[in-house]
Design a protein around this ligand. Sequence first.
Ligand SMILES: NC(=O)c1ccc[n+]([C@@H]2O[C@H](COP(=O)([O-])OP(=O)(O)OC[C@H]3O[C@@H](n4cnc5c(N)ncnc54)[C@H](O)[C@@H]3O)[C@@H](O)[C@H]2O)c1
Ligand SMILES: [Zn+2]
Length: 401
Amino acid sequence: MNYRATARSWSVRTHLPIEYEVVETPGLLNPENHELLTLPDGNRGSGTRLVVLDHAIAEIYEPRIRAYFDANKVSVDYLILPGSETNKSIERVLEVVGKLNDIGTNRLSTPPIVIGGGVVADVVGLAASLYRRGIPFVRVPTTLLAQVDVSIAAKTGVNYGGYRNRLGSYGPPPRTLVDRQFLATVPPRQLRNGMGEIFKMALIKDQRLFGLLEEYGADLIEARFSDEALRHRRIAASIADEVIGRAIAGMAAELEPNLWEKDLRRSVDYGHSFSPLVEMRALPELLHGEAVAMDCIFSAVLAAQRGLIGDAELERIVAVARRLGLQPAHPLFCDSDLLMEALADTVRHRDGRQNLPILTGIGRVVFLDDISRNEVELACGYMRKLLPRPETITRTAGLVR
Ligand SMILES: NC(=O)c1ccc[n+]([C@@H]2O[C@H](COP(=O)([O-])OP(=O)(O)OC[C@H]3O[C@@H](n4cnc5c(N)ncnc54)[C@H](O)[C@@H]3O)[C@@H](O)[C@H]2O)c1
Ligand SMILES: [Zn+2]
């Protein structure tokens, strides 16, 4: 065998500037509002657009959506996909890809549009990032969770092999359009679910947002963020705007300096350390934001056990979760074996370290690497005390649906 001590090598180095925007646009489906038709380059484009509708959106809004595109003389083809976590699969991604092929989607000038919750947004996002190795798409998030969290996200993904988002990509759409009016039809439980992510954002970096949730959170949910219903409660519409705006801005500020997650110490991972496995094991019982809120509480218990936050702060955090209609605990959050397994997978995801964001107060986090099984067991004991009593389970189940 010939062996040369000096190997030849070639390298490629390039920069990929990323720019994408989230535009708040009330009255998105008003035919005179042209945001939905505008391409990232500001033009209208021609050719058929694929419009993927969440099944709930199709049920409620399809006539208005059809009227919108008809009035604007835009050629569109529709695909309806089911929302909810169990449908976040690679099969659905391939269904979208098949439809893009059928209608002959162009590389740039006919970006597909997805209107729906985070599940269909992630499915279409992954399809767009795979199609011809990546085409642009337009995202219209229609649940609270999707508006405050998915709206600013660069990632796409589907569940695989019993793990959340095991297959995915970085592929932010150039434009995401947010219209709070969609929230008027979102079921209350889904609104509370979205509050789970806002709760997280408030805890890690925004005391003012935490105060707003404490004072107005329950009313915002009951009013379904609608201006009129808020007026009846003598709450200014600007409160709804501020809550949504602070959540989006907070997320944007956290993501921008670390979009590619080269730094695996991410405060936005708060509430996402133990919950991914719990959520998958509990599927379809727990929604994402519900599991995140429980993880926020569990992590706050860990903080209190170390004296990083006081008991009064912990109680205030639990009380706000409850005001938002979010259960602080679940039997799976009292199962230390499961939580240690969840932590082990999180450690693999964070490349060998715990990097656990832990509160040092409301609005502040530090990262810990040495949370022990003992501490997890102790925290499980506290969570057990937060479990709803049997009679409250029945009452809540009645409210939840
Ligand atoms: N890409 C990211 O970085 C990122 C960030 C956060 C969350 N996510 C993902 O988002 C998903 C959760 O999103 P979600 O909470 O929107 O769930 P979802 O998409 O399942 O929507 C919840 C339910 O609401 C229905 N719905 C949607 N809009 C509606 C409307 N306006 N009126 C009535 N019903 C409506 C849907 O059909 C569904 O049944 C998770 O899979 C999560 O992983 C992704
Ligand atoms: Zn989340």
